[in-house]
Design a protein around this ligand. Structure first.
Ligand SMILES: [Mn+2]
Length: 315
């Protein structure tokens, strides 16, 4: 068996590991993740990362942009897999970083770290294609690890970080601490809502989401949550942003999106949000590793295609 350091240098190059190696590192990761609480309390400075969705070369670009681990502290907001072509390589690299530097990288759970989306949006198929008859077992090793990822993080008692948004069933942070997270993501309930919901400036209270899970929520919901929990800002991911990030409700909600040219067709920039010791926020923008996004011809074409397909690729 190779050492963790050997596996890590292979993972950095995007080399696939064997079925047994994946089983081994997922067990190691579960040991570490099972000791983490549902809600992480983290210090700044820290760099916050949104959706990745299997875009391995763009994840490498992200570390070029934001600095390597362990020199930079990272908080990832989930959605590592599905949609893109190299979810396995993305997840292997992030998990080996977690095993090597557990205090330097924190990985929250996204709505795609769950069996049902993986069966629909590509991760399970990727495992079957790349590992043949062992593919389903490989997928199940990842699936088991997903059940241990923490749900949320609070930075310096000011920034609340979550993949999706808020829930009518979650009034305060203690409600999140009381959730049983060591399970596949349910279809409904507070746990699901936190990972599926989206803010909506056009409504008050909670509304129905076209995603079929979670809710839409308005500014008054955000105000109440921030007030009750003595927080300043909600930082979340989950929705593609053309410029890589989006600021709503006078900065009370920030969306960070880290998959450039999402699905190879959105033409969007990506960003990571760098938070310094004083909680100043800086959006470090980057594009896809193929440099398609900044090419004006491509950008025009991609944007046209995107408008047509926005609904389809909403999640
Ligand atoms: Mn998502």
């Amino acid at each position: 068996m190779k050492t963790i350091d050997e596996l890590y240098s292979l993972a950095l190059q995007g080399t696939l590991l064997s079925q047994q190696e994946i089983k081994y590192i997922m067990q190691k990761a579960i040991e570490i993740l099972s000791r983490e609480p549902n809600v992480l309390y983290l210090s700044s400075s820290i760099t916050i990362v949104g959706d990745i969705h299997g875009q391995f070369m763009d994840l490498k670009e992200l570390f070029e942009t934001g600095g390597s681990i362990p020199n930079t502290n990272y908080l990832f907001l989930g959605d590592y897999v599905d949609r893109g072509p190299r979810s396995i390589e993305v997840m292997i690299l992030l998990i080996l970083m977690k095993i090597k530097y557990p205090d330097k990288i924190h990985l929250l759970r996204g709505n795609h770290e769950s069996k049902r989306p993986n069966q629909e949006y590509g991760f399970q198929v990727e495992c079957l294609v790349k590992y043949n008859q062992n593919g389903n077992n490989v997928w199940l090793y990842f699936s088991e690890m997903f059940n241990y990822l923490p749900i949320a993080a609070v930075i310096e008692n000011k920034l609340f970080c979550i993949h999706g948004g808020l829930s009518p069933l979650i009034q305060n942070i203690d409600d999140i601490k009381n959730l049983d997270r060591f399970r596949d993501l349910p279809n409904e309930g507070g746990f699901a809502d936190l990972l599926w919901s989206d803010p909506d400036p056009s409504i008050l209270g909670f509304g129905v989401s076209v995603r079929g899970a979670g809710y839409l929520f308005g500014e008054n919901v955000v105000d109440k949550f921030l007030y009750v929990n003595k927080l300043e800002t909600i930082v979340r991911a989950h929705q593609v942003c053309l410029e890589g990030y989006n600021i709503l409700f006078d900065g009370k909600i920030i969306t960070v999106w880290s998959a450039p040219n999402y699905c190879g067709r959105f033409g969007n920039y990506a960003s990571i949000m760098e938070v310094d010791e004083m909680l100043n926020k800086f959006f470090n923008i980057f594009e896809d590793s193929d440099r398609l996004v900044s090419n004006p011809e491509n950008r025009k074409k991609i944007k046209e295609a995107m408008n047509a397909e926005m609904e389809k690729y909403f999640q």
